[in-house]
Design a protein around this ligand. Structure first.
Ligand SMILES: [Zn+2]
Ligand SMILES: [Zn+2]
Length: 246
């Protein structure tokens, strides 16, 4: 199974990186984790077959994680000519936010009936759901208001566990979300500077022994963090990087 960082940037284009979007492909699975505003461009740049993607898992409704959906949906409708079903799963409020995002990006688009089966699933914190060979458990994290709409994700797929912090300041739910994961993708917005609503590497590092993930890769880095990434002693994400999950 492999995961490709389609985009690993923040909301502000730090390092010229695309917004957050990870593509996971296994023998029986093919899905995205987040779909930030620039994700359709990034997917096309990497030559990823969009119609093979069966699910999109969303951590929260910020544009750098969610804002690519209007482009993805319209592309599916008019250019990639999708007929395969698609599941989009995310925090409570997904159905309303999906319509808002579509109507903001392309007025009238939300009224267009797709030619493929589109299922929107609102996930409950702590409750595992099975989506097309993928078992997803969302955990509440702390990244703004309204509370209850920001997730870290624990994803069990084909005997592997992938965990992703989403965007968040430190919260104990990350331990449950990521414990013993085969791959833990963690936000590291700054190296030492502690700011509200985001995670810094120094804080994350203190908790990594308890989490005991097999492999940790840092993502969503600010310019400050990117400038130091060569000497932090951790793997860091790059747009296009492919990781084999063993
Ligand atoms: Zn973000
Ligand atoms: Zn965010």
């Amino acid at each position: 199974m492999q995961l490709q960082f389609v985009g690993c940037g923040d909301a502000f284009g730090s390092g010229g990186r695309f917004n957050t979007c990870f593509h996971v492909v296994g023998g029986r699975s093919n899905f995205l984790i987040d779909c930030g505003a620039s994700s359709l461009i990034a997917l096309k740049k990497l030559g990823i077959e969009r119609n093979a993607i069966r699910a999109i898992l969303i951590t929260h409704f910020h544009a750098d994680h969610f804002g690519g959906l209007p482009f993805f949906i319209l592309d599916s409708q008019f250019f990639s000519k999708r007929v395969e079903p698609l599941v989009i799963a995310g925090p409570p409020g997904l159905r309303e936010w999906f319509v808002t995002a579509l109507e903001t990006a392309f007025p009238g688009a939300a009224k267009t009936k797709q030619r493929f089966d589109l299922q929107l699933r609102e996930l409950e914190p702590g409750a595992q759901v099975e989506l097309d060979e993928v078992r997803v458990t969302p955990y509440l994290v702390r990244h703004g208001k309204p509370e209850g709409r920001f997730f870290a994700l624990r994803i069990e797929v084909e005997d592997r566990v992938i965990a992703y912090t989403g965007d968040t300041e430190w919260t104990e739910t990350l331990v449950t979300a990521a414990r013993n994961a085969d791959l833990f993708i963690a936000e590291a917005y700054f190296r030492d500077k502690s700011v509200p609503l985001h995670l810094d590497l120094a804080t994350l590092e203190r908790h990594l022994p308890e989490i005991a993930a097999q492999r940790v890769i840092l993502t969503h880095m600010s310019d400050d963090m990117l400038a130091q990434r060569g000497d932090v002693g951790f793997e860091t994400a790059e747009d296009g990087l492919i990781v084999q999950i063993r």
